[in-house]
Design a protein around this ligand. Structure first.
Ligand code: ADP
Ligand code: ASP
Ligand code: MG
Length: 437
């Protein structure tokens, strides 16, 4: 069985939902993961923000206008009055529930319940539409099988056991529709897989059912060789190795959630990126094969902070790096890039939450310099060290960009550079010109 995931723009209007229905109804049994309609999760975040700030009228105003948009979708989506009526009732009951949060205390617990509603509504609407069309479709509630553990990692044993049970209990349907993004945590509360997490739902599910393929349907024809939001004339990459795709996703290629490749890679399930707006385009296939001797793509990860620790005592001192890393571990802050020299070490982090405490502690070991608003530029491909000349080509492309750090050799798949945020677009453009044109 395949798992297909459709993102926010793919279900962003009644017309798009109908189009998705036409893509998934081919007689083949499949699991379909849906995101919230585009814009909804952002609106729900904003509504939560008003509730945190105890601005009830601000929250209600946004809720009411979002509710009206859904009535228009219901009107356009269904052809018959009973389904329209059922759709209106669904929207009313969900929004009445959302409005009830304005009367109670508001914490992250309530926020997560609110955020879950985008996916809860989109899946209910599409499932009812499929039923109106006479398709044998059933809704599998993600909150009944998708669970994360105390560390926020998917609880694969729980997920695998429960999804198999639910598929058995509901045998014989053509389509199983479920919500991306949402889950329960180790305590049973409603939680989520972080923004953009519907891709992750699809790959976790694919791994749990040993799917034959995971398809991520979005608004672009596959992974492009550079970020199309900042560089012109980018081109789709026909195939990527799991490791290459994982690096690109982690280092900013928004088309994929950062961690979504891992479950597919562990179970060797191919991931195909496809375009809902252009379904016949070949897209990108991500699997265990690598195109030899080629640099395939570039991505950029924003909001990076670099920290340099200089220490005279580092010279020949074993254990220095352990002490440094222990501080990051103590504050549960992961490090993205590392460069070292005899007198110092530079690292980057993307979560500055504990920056002050980390810097305070690092000062015990040396002089600490922090630079914020940096960007990691990641160049991905078959970068085995035997492939002579690749790194010089990449470095040469950045000859007129100030580079703060370079990391090469950590894997066979990437070279990363740390540059200032203001130099990001130039760096990406230079790399495209040098490597792909
Ligand atoms: P969805 O809502 O379907 O999950 P996203 O907006 O999360 O879609 O991801 C698709 C978007 O990712 C594209 O519209 C594109 O602007 C952006 N993107 C960033 N980098 C890349 C890349 N290297 N290749 C393709 N798309 C990319
Ligand atoms: N709806 C969620 C978001 O906007 C999850 C997703 O679309 O993948 O982040
Ligand atoms: Mg996405």
């Amino acid at each position: 069985m395949k798992v297909l995931k459709f993102g926010g723009t793919s279900v962003g209007s009644a017309a798009r939902m109908k189009h998705v229905a036409s893509l998934i109804c081919d007689g083949e049994q499949k699991i379909v993961v849906l995101s919230a309609m585009s814009g909804t999760t952002n609106s729900l975040v904003e509504i939560s923000d008003y509730l945190y700030k105890k601005n009830t009228s601000g929250a209600l105003e946004h809720l009411n206008s979002l509710e009206q948009k859904y009535y228009a979708v219901v009107n356009e989506l269904y052809a018959t009055e009973p389904y329209r009526e059922q759709g209106r009732e669904l929207i009313k009951s969900k929004f009445d529930y959302l409005r009830s949060f304005s009367k109670s205390v508001f914490t992250t617990f309530e926020e997560k319940v609110i955020l879950a509603h985008g996916e809860l509504i989109s899946t209910a609407l599409v499932n009812a539409y499929l039923q109106e069309c006479g398709v044998k479709s059933c809704l599998l509630p993600a909150l009944d099988f998708m669970r994360i553990d105390k560390n926020g990692e998917p609880d694969m044993a729980f997920i695998t056991g429960h999804i198999h049970e639910m598929l058995q209990e509901n045998a014989g349907y053509e389509l199983y529709i479920t919500q991306g993004f949402i889950c329960r945590n180790a305590y049973g509360d409603i939680d989520n897989l972080q923004r953009g997490g519907s891709d992750y739902t699809a790959s976790i599910l694919g791994a749990a059912i040993e799917a034959s393929e995971i398809q991520i349907w979005t608004d672009i024809d596959g992974m492009h060789n550079n970020d199309p939001r900042f560089v012109k004339n980018t081109k789709p990459v026909p195939s990527l190795h799991f490791e290459e795709a994982a690096e690109l996703a982690y280092f900013g290629a928004k088309i994929l959630h950062p961690t979504c490749i891992l479950p597919a890679k562990l179970h060797n399930i191919p991931v195909r990126l496809l375009n809902t707006m252009e379904p016949s385009a070949p897209g990108t296939i991500i699997c265990n094969e690598i195109e030899k001797g080629k640099i395939v793509a570039v991505a950029a990860k924003d909001n990076i902070t670099s920290i340099k620790i200089k220490s005279g005592r580092m010279l020949l001192a074993y254990g220095f790096l352990r002490k440094v890393f222990e501080i990051f571990e103590q504050y549960r802050t992961s490090i993205d890039m590392i460069t070292t020299s005899e007198v110092g070490v530079s690292v980057t982090i993307d979560n500055p939450h504990h920056l002050t405490d980390i810097v305070d502690n690092l000062k015990k070991f040396g002089t600490v310099t922090v630079e914020e608003d940096m960007v990691i530029i990641c160049v991905v491909g078959d970068l085995l060290y035997e492939n002579i000349g690749f790194q010089s080509k990449v470095v040469n492309a950045l000859r007129d960009v100030p580079v703060r750090m370079i990391s090469y050799g950590g894997s066979n798949y990437n070279i990363s550079f740390l540059v200032k945020a203001e130099d990001k677009v130039k760096a990406l453009g230079n790399l495209s010109a040098e490597l792909f044109e």
